[in-house]
Design a protein around this ligand. Structure first.
Ligand code: NAD
Length: 483
């Protein structure tokens, strides 16, 4: 396991409020002293982020494996390493363009109006356990590209990973550029009470709400990347086999411990039998066995494993039909291994916890519908989801679904892909979050769009507003206040 020794002495100690405050002060002083971080400085910092990820990819995957009990090595490299490096490369490609001031149309011909994108200062990042590097280091990349300093508080549920983050940031960065601190909810509370210049939080809605309250004391702007119940709606014109394969691919990735995973399926009533058969085929082809399959990730800890078991029992006791997708019929009861079979639940009802809470695991309730109106009403009766997945070959119906629902993002005919395209903003709406990052939106989120106006020499520009208000201003108002 990685050990750390930062100037905060965070290897075995938890950050105290005083140490956190002192780190913030040092970062802020360095920010002020540096002035505007040039394009070259931002590229150098981005290159160091790339080097950190590339040179330590195996250490990163190993620490994740240790934290999860078992974490697919390839999935770790895909989601926590490659994706982040790819986003840094995207930033490098576009940064010069993003940094350009924007010229606007001024009120007077000889005046100038422009927007300059200015770094905000010190950005706080609080991140979750499910894709620890992705959800900490991707936002960090945008904050750094925008010229900020960054303090990170990763999750206590992935201690090896969080310790490695502290060690590597210390190795590749001065602590006034980027620093990672350790600790759980208490440190999180002290961290989010700091007067950051921007705070980005990825995690649960419950903690997101506490963070917004904490940030309100210093009027720190927040970006909240939360979760929720993202539906996968299958239309009657969809290629069912393809839809089921894609839904199960997403649902079994990281064993469903993904904010964007399809939480439940809305399926035309008459297709239930075909759906179950296609789901069995899809899982068997991806995971002929589950118990020792290196590609299948374990549930993060016993608390979450028991939570999923309890929610399954709750649904079963209330009449759900449970279909375990366990191709080799293995015994997966070993709580130490925490392998949880993908499981379909049919005949589900609103009183079951699985239809109320975000599942965050490989349980997949299937809600049967007769009409599209019924399916749309089901989605709209719940909090606004982070994502909506819609499968169909009917463009008129697709337009209806897009017009009559709201969600953070949408992928049509697949799951999650809208979030992998660096050019698209990523974020929630309502209970699934506020604000967004990724692509240019990531740069903008961590920048202040500063309006700069250089006044015209036209006498009118001044005289109109100066009392005593005489005939010229009255004539001006007369001529301008019209329909
Ligand atoms: P969590 O909210 O329990 O914890 C997230 C982080 O907040 C951790 O670092 C934790 O230490 C910290 N924290 C806990 N209590 C705090 C407090 N009172 N004040 C300040 N910080 C505090 O979330 P989790 O269990 O780590 O992650 C799962 C949740 O995250 C799910 O709801 C999932 O949907 C969501 N999520 C969202 C996205 C996204 O991009 N929208 C991505 C991944 C996960």
């Amino acid at each position: 396991m990685a050990t750390t020794s930062t100037s905060l002495g965070l290897d075995s100690t938890i950050a105290t409020p005083e140490k956190l405050r002192s780190l913030l002060d040092r970062q802020r002083a360095a920010f002020a002293e540096e002035g505007v971080a040039t394009y070259e400085v931002r590229i150098d910092r981005t290159d160091r982020l790339i080097a950190l990820m590339v040179e330590n990819k195996d250490e990163i995957a190993n620490a994740l494996n240790e934290d999860f009990g078992h974490r697919s090595y390839v999935a770790s490299l895909l989601a926590d390493v490659w994706f982040v490096i790819d986003s840094y490369k995207y930033n490098k490609l576009h940064l010069r363009d993003w940094m350009q001031p924007e010229t606007h149309e001024a009120m007077f011909p000889d005046a100038q109006a422009r927007v300059e994108y200015q770094a905000k200062g010190v950005v706080g990042v609080v991140s979750p356990w499910n894709f620890p590097w992705n959800l900490a280091f991707d936002p960090i990349g945008y904050a750094i590209a925008a010229g900020n300093r960054v303090m990170l508080k990763p999750s206590e549920l992935t201690p090896s990973t969080s310790a490695l983050m502290a060690e590597l940031t210390n190795q590749y960065f001065d602590e006034t550029e980027l620093a990672a601190v350790q600790g759980g909810p208490e440190v999180g509370a002290a961290f989010t009470a700091l007067p950051f210049d921007h705070l980005i939080f990825t995690g649960s809605a419950k903690v997101g709400s506490a963070i917004m309250r904490a940030a309100s004391a210093s009027l720190t702007p927040v970006t909240l990347e939360l979760g929720g119940k993202s539906p996968a709606l299958i239309g009657r014109s969809a290629d069912l086999g393809d839809a089921v394969r894609r839904i199960l691919t997403a649902k079994t990735f990281n064993a469903g411990q993904v904010c964007l995973t399809p939480d439940y399926v809305l399926l035309p009533k008459e297709l239930e039998e075909q759906f179950v058969s296609a789901a069995k085929t899809a899982v068997a082809s991806m995971y002929p066995e589950l118990k020792n399959n290196p590609d299948y990730t374990s549930i993060i800890n016993e608390t979450h494993f028991s939570r999923l078991k309890n929610w399954l029992a709750d649904a079963e006791s209330k009449g759900a039909e449970v279909i375990e997708l366990n191709p080799a019929s293995e015994d997966l009861s070993d709580i130490a291994a925490r392998r949880f079979a993908p499981t379909l639940l049919l005949k589900v009802t609103d009183d079951m916890t699985i239809l109320q809470e975000e599942i965050f695991g490989p349980l997949l309730p299937v809600v049967a519908y007769e009409t599209l109106d019924e399916a749309i009403a089901f989605i709209n009766a719940r909090s606004r989801p982070l994502a909506l997945y819609y499968f169909s070959n009917d463009t008129a119906e697709e337009r209806q679904v897009l017009n009559r629902t709201l969600s953070g993002g949408v992928t049509v005919n697949d799951c999650m892909t809208h979030a992998f395209d660096h050019s698209l903003p990523f974020g929630g709406i309502g209970a699934s979050g506020m604000g967004a990052y990724h692509g240019k939106q990531g740069f903008l989120t961590f920048s202040h769009a500063r309006a700069i106006y250089r006044q015209s020499k036209t006498p009118q520009a001044e005289l109109l507003f100066r009392p005593p208000f005489g005939e010229p201003v009255k004539a001006f108002l007369e001529s301008e206040i019209t329909k």
